[in-house]
Design a protein around this ligand. Structure first.
Ligand code: HEC
Ligand code: HEC
Length: 499
């Protein structure tokens, strides 16, 4: 059984909406302020080609299918960690918005491997790495929700990317043969391992190779990525219970990392959470969102000369991302990627790290904003812990940096170099503005009411399911079980309650 959302209503629903909009222009009952607002927002939505539903035209798996079911077990096992202490779910738990609710992730060597979210700390006695007491992962963990909607790039710097750049290709480059570039291949060159992968399957080959995320430091460091993956496949194959799980999904008990990657990818791609009030509104339910959210939508969708904030220029389409890179100079906290800006060597150059092209300096991928209410902290380094302040940054980055409140960060997060490093990104932003760089961010004049309206709009992008533990239950293994290898991560919060 496949979750299918066909293209069916696309054109007809737009025509219907146009009809409603034009009807409202004529009928007196629609001439109140509220109706004017609806007309404005719907006209803008139509001009921007929005239908509210990013899953249109895509074939995505159901969580009930065999491969996602196997993928769920793999996603939740610490057995894919080198030291059996970190799983994919460590940083991507459905109850935590598909992320970890931390500014910067903590993978291996945690005080309590099963404690996720605030309160998760590194064990000072843990072996390996250069440890300063803070998070060792340099970037914020993005959500896995709606991950199957990405067609072009994964990661903040797009280091897993489709070379076809064809929107709607579903990340599956078996179709046009150009393939997927990964960190295992040169920039611009397809990775042969990923020849039959979706983007997500290609991505899932990497966390297990990262010492900080999953691999740990006790196994030999000279292992290649392939050796690490093969060793994991052999490790699982040594367990009859895993073999039985693979029989259910694949018909035989052979275990390869290709199969592991595919089933984890299918589990993630089954996380389709798109039924937001905004979608209901665009589809015609005028009471689905508040007036404040409508004012926010109007601002989001309008250009700056029209009095808007032009968010849509980057957060484009129904998935609310152009899948491109931009300089936004969000605060650079954490230990960084080791990039040397001439003053410090713990900066993060973003897309430049991959392309080595000057114009990519400090550019990061535009995130989707679906369910953004539950995917904080925000920014590539998770520097903002409130959506209000994240939005203020998007309206005027330099002002937000100047007003940045360091007390919002956990005390272990490395923030001493924030202002110095971030100034380099701000300077780059200014230079791009001066040269009229295509699509460059421009400051927006705003009031506090504007911020509140924009936040209301962003909250209207939340599918209620992602805030409802019982609705999320199909994606979380029964916490009473231990999984095929006894290493299932049954996550709890700092109070000890199961997530
Ligand atoms: C220690 C925390 C941690 C663990 C464990 C972890 N991840 Fe992640 N994940 C991250 C971080 C941080 C990023 C962003 C890294 C970057 O962009 O440079 C990320 C990125 C991703 C992305 C890309 C999301 C996007 O929007 O581009 C996917 C998909 C993903 N992880 C899936 C997985 C899977 C599958 C596993 C297990 C095999 C896993 N992760 C294990 C922290 C983690
Ligand atoms: C010039 C392109 C551009 C414009 C205009 C823009 N954004 Fe963004 N937005 C980005 C990029 C790129 C990021 C990621 C920055 C990073 O990770 O450091 C981002 C991040 C965000 C985030 C955090 C998401 C997350 O998961 O961390 C929110 C919320 C957001 N933008 C909302 C808005 C709003 C609201 C507006 C309009 C006021 C807006 N953006 C305007 C490109 C843009």
């Amino acid at each position: 059984m496949l979750y299918k959302s066909k293209k069916r209503n696309n054109d007809s629903s737009q025509l219907l909406t146009l009809a409603i909009v034009s009807a409202c222009l004529l009928i007196t009952a629609c001439s109140s302020d509220d109706a004017d607002l609806d007309v404005d927002v719907m006209s803008l939505a139509i001009v921007r080609g929005l239908t509210g539903d990013p899953s249109t035209g895509r074939t995505l798996p159901s969580i009930d299918d065999p491969k996602p079911q196997l993928g769920k077990k793999l996603f939740f096992t610490k057995g894919l960690g080198g030291d059996d202490d970190s799983a994919c779910v460590t940083c991507h738990h459905p109850s935590l918005g598909g992320g970890d609710n931390l500014s910067l992730s903590i993978g291996v060597g945690a005080e309590d491997p099963d404690l996720l979210g605030p309160g998760r700390l590194h064990d000072v006695a843990a072996v390996g790495g250069v440890f300063d007491g803070g998070p060792t992962v340099p970037r914020n963990a993005p959500t896995t929700f709606n991950i199957g909607m990405w067609d072009q790039v994964l990661f903040h710097d797009g280091r897993v990317e489709s070379l076809s750049k064809i929107a709607g290709a579903n990340g599956d480059d078996g179709v046009d043969g150009l393939g997927i570039r990964t960190p295992d291949s040169e920039f611009g060159v397809a990775d042969p391992r990923a020849a039959n992968d979706t983007l997500v399957a290609a991505q899932s080959r990497f966390p297990v190779t990262s010492p900080e995320q999953m691999h740990g430091f006790s196994l030999p460091t000279q292992d290649t990525n392939d050796k690490i993956r093969d060793a994991l496949a052999v490790k699982l194959a040594g367990d009859i219970d895993w073999g039985n799980e693979f029989v259910i999904a694949y018909g035989d008990s052979a275990i390869s990392y290709d199969r592991i990657a595919e089933s984890i990818g299918e589990y993630e791609r089954s996380q389709v959470f798109v039924n937001s009030p905004w979608k209901a509104y665009v589809e015609g339910n005028k009471t689905a969102i508040s007036d404040s959210a409508k004012r926010g939508a109007k601002m989001f969708l309008s250009s700056i000369p029209m009095g808007g904030a032009n968010c849509i220029s980057c957060h484009a389409g129904n998935f609310l991302t152009d899948e491109q890179y931009h300089v936004l100079a969000t605060p650079q906290i954490g230990r960084g990627k080791g990039d040397d800006n001439g003053t410090l060597s713990n900066d993060d150059f973003g897309r430049f790290r991959e392309s080595q092209l000057d114009f990519d300096m400090y550019r990061f991928r535009t995130p989707s904003l679906l369910n953004v209410e539950v995917t904080g902290p925000w920014g590539h380094a998770g520097a903002y812990t409130s959506l209000e302040n994240m939005v203020r940054h998007m309206l005027n980055p330099a002002e937000a940096i100047a007003n940045y409140d360091f007390s919002q960060l956990d005390s272990t997060v490395q923030a001493a170099d924030m202002l110095t490093n971030t100034q380099f990104a701000l300077t780059q932003l200014e230079a791009n503005r001066a040269s009229n760089f295509s699509g460059v961010h421009r400051n927006v004049a705003f009031t506090e009411a504007d911020v509140a309206d924009l936040v209301e709009f962003l909250k209207a992008l939340t599918d209620p399911c992602v805030k409802d533990r019982s609705c999320l239950a199909p994606w979380i293994p029964d916490t009473g079980e231990t999984g095929p290898d006894g290493l299932q991560l049954n996550a709890k919060d700092s109070t000890g309650a199961f997530l």
